[in-house]
Design a protein. Sequence first.
Length: 327
Amino acid sequence: MRKILFSTVGLLALSLAACIGVPDPAPAAPATPAVAETPAPAPAPAAAAGAPNTQAVSRVVDLGQGVSMLMGQGGNLGLSVGNDGALMIDDQYATNAEANLAKIEELAKGKPKYLVNTHWHGDHAGGNAVFQTAGTMVFAHTNVRKRLNGQLVTTGRAAQARPAPKAAWPVVTFDQGIDFHLNGQTIRAFKVPAAHTDGDVMVYFLEADVLHTGDVYVKNMYPFIDTGSGGTLRGYIEAQRIALNLVGPNTKIIPGHGELAKKTDLEAELAMIEGAAAAVDAHVKAGETLQQTLAAKPLSQWTVKFGGGFMNEDAFVTAIYGELTKK
């Protein structure tokens, strides 16, 4: 197992239950198992197909050692199942939470015990209230709870009209990180610099060699840097560098959105972000306005590969320009 570099991420010593405790030394990595994927289920009935974000996860990608990536509507989920109970990473939307809970119960042969939010957005943490009402304990960075309960006011594209219901608030919060010990895994949730939001955590399964990045990495897409939630371009780049120091060539990476990834995919994403920042910075240093910069299409070389997600080229240029010219 590669040495885990957490120079900026000191782990928080907590003892909350028998399966959660002080980090152990990282064991040697086992041989990487083959990745298998269950067939996609039959299409939903026509009556349900028109309702947005109501369907349960439809793809389960087996990553070995009881760890899976679950894909469907909203962000990608992580799941660990075994004799100690189920642990989830993220829970997608409020509107498909009941369906997802039923799916998780089917996969785990019972209700999940623990759930870690990678950040507060509704496509990743929108199901918190349903899962907690069913008995699942939600863990998250301190700022996730503060965003959900309104202590931290969010602006911009992700602004909330009102705080989330109390049942949606994480009941265990941490500032730096926390380890779970269950199902033969050391599952390490750790804070990264403010990137996508100011409450981003990644979750690493040491023995299975699986990393869930949340939206600090989205495969083959321009990233959404939610400045209204404290996100920053500088932090996004730093967080991806931390991830690259952690993973190896056989690490399976669960991105916040997109297909299962590997280290070379993350390297390509970081190279794009750094190149895009430099390209926009050249226009800023030339004294060009945002409109002039947009007209110049500085990201054209990357848009074919990365421009098909939530953020199009102009939106990403605008975000970079805004941060580079921020006083």
